[in-house]
Each structure stands twice: as structure tokens, then as C-alpha cells.
Design a protein around this ligand. Structure first.
Ligand SMILES: [Fe+2]
Length: 263
């Protein structure tokens, strides 16, 4: 019997606009062209995946027209996409336009099963000064029940914002989940089955291990930033856009970084 395995693509921060030129003030390419190139690169991968995880900031501004454009582009992805709502998103329009739902949930958090793995998607857009995040108490209680349950399934958690400090003031003071430590304490209850916490928002690849829990972010399909210990300003990184290919077995988590060029 082959070992139980889950493979998914982690994409993030597409910031799609109906204006095909939007975003060129930050990078040589627009968010529109970056998202189109992302879809092309993911669809060209020479292997199958179970699904695609988009950790939020799907659009540049939370207006319905932006989601129509996002739908035009992202519906070309050859595998199902699971979305999180970021601080640039409207959770309601995301559900209506991208998922075709008429019954809207707010906040937008959920869990599902894939290949015997449990996936949890959180909504970190609780009350906080943007672009900081917050996970409201009702959702933490829901997550606590999941993390305290007797469940053998390997667990994957996804959240838009960065949860824990990494020693970089612009990420920790300006961008972070204000109650990330409370979130971390709940996740520790499921440490033995938690295979990773996947986030976006920071437009860069960061891997951080704390108390045995792996936190890992993916690049944006638009512009990348950089950070280091002590960095207090948002600094552009000239790196190409990208995404991560994540493979998880019952005992290991592999994250492979892929970059692509925008023509
Ligand atoms: Fe964000």
C-alpha cells in the first residue's frame, strides 16, 4: 500500500484588479499579468495535485468587479481551489463570485477532508487595525474543539495573516495577528497531528518553527518583499513571483518553492 499522501499548491496574494495595468507601480508586471502567469505555471506542472490553496488577498480591493476578473483568471486552474479571505478581500463577494454560493458565511472559516487529511481554513480578518489581523473568540472556540478532539487524521491549517513574531518589526508590529499567541496555544493541542500552518500576506517565503509547529508562507504572484531580524520598513525584493508545492505524508511535510517569470 502506498503511504498516505496529500499534495497541494500553495498560492497567495494575487491582488487581481479589473484594470489589467494595475500594480505596475510596484513591479514591472501588473497583478493581472502575474495571476495569468501563475495559472499557466501551475497548469504546466508535470504531476497531479489534490487541490490548490489560495491563502487570501485574491483581489486588490474588495469590489465585485475585481472578483469577476479573478473568476475569469483563476477558474482556468485545472484543480479545485480553496480560498481564504485576506485583508484586501470581501469574504461575501469571494463566496458569491468565486464559489457561486448564495448562502454566505461571515466570518468565512471552514474544514474539509482530503485523502484522509483534515484541512482547516481560518478567517483572520477580525477587529484589528489593518493590515493587522485578528481571529475572533467564536472561531478560536471552534478551532479549540477541533484541536482537542480525538482525531487521527493529519491536520493542515491555513490562515491569511502571519501569527507569531519573527523578530522583524514591520511583520510583527504592522502585519501580524494581534492574538496570534492565543491561536498558537490552541494549535499546540493538536501538535502531534499538525503538519503545518500555511499563510500569506507577507509576500515572501518564510519558514518558522515554534514549539514543534511549522509556520510557512508562499510568495505572491505580484510583488515580493523582504524581511530580516530588526527590519522596520517594507522593502521590495526583486525576486520573481512564485508558489509552493506541498507534499505531506503521515510523518513528513515537504515544501518545494517554484518561481516563474511574467512575460
Ligand atoms: Fe494581506
Amino acid at each position: 500500500m502506498p503511504e498516505q499522501q496529500l499534495t497541494f499548491i500553495h498560492i497567495s496574494d494575487t491582488h487581481i484588479s479589473p484594470d489589467a495595468e494595475y500594480g505596475k507601480h510596484h513591479t514591472p508586471h501588473s497583478t493581472y499579468d502575474g495571476a495569468k502567469a501563475l495559472v499557466k505555471a501551475v497548469n504546466a506542472l508535470p504531476f497531479n495535485v489534490d487541490f490548490i490553496l489560495h491563502t487570501g488577498d485574491v483581489v486588490y480591493d474588495p469590489i465585485p468587479e475585481a472578483y469577476m476578473t479573478a473568476h475569469d483568471i483563476l477558474s482556468q486552474l485545472a484543480r479545485p481551489v480553496y480560498y481564504l479571505s485576506g485583508n484586501h478581500d470581501s469574504g461575501a463577494d469571494l463566496q458569491r463570485v468565486l464559489l457561486g454560493r448564495t448562502e454566505i458565511v461571515d466570518p468565512f472559516y471552514y474544514t474539509f477532508d482530503a485523502n484522509g487529511f483534515q484541512i482547516v481554513g481560518l478567517d483572520s480578518n477580525g477587529p484589528a487595525e489593518v493590515p493587522r489581523g485578528n481571529v475572533i473568540a467564536q472561531q478560536l472556540e471552534w478551532l479549540d474543539a477541533i484541536c482537542s478532539a480525538h482525531d487521527d487524521r493529519p491536520l493542515v491549517v491555513a490562515v491569511h495573516h502571519n501569527a507569531l513574531p519573527v523578530g522583524s518589526p514591520w511583520l510583527d508590529d504592522y502585519m501580524r495577528i494581534t492574538n496570534g499567541e492565543a491561536l498558537h496555544q490552541i494549535l499546540l493541542k493538536a501538535k502531534d497531528r499538525l503538519r503545518g500552518v500555511f499563510f500569506g500576506h507577507v509576500h515572501q517565503n518564510i519558514q518558522m518553527l515554534q514549539d514543534g509547529i511549522l509556520y510557512t508562507s508562499a510568495a505572491s504572484s505580484w510583488n515580493q518583499f523582504n524581511s530580516w531580524h530588526g527590519s522596520s520598513e517594507t522593502v521590495a525584493d526583486g525576486e520573481n513571483p512564485g508558489f509552493n508545492v506541498v507534499s505531506i505524508t503521515a510523518s513528513q511535510t515537504f515544501i518545494r518553492r517554484w518561481n516563474f517569470q511574467v512575460e
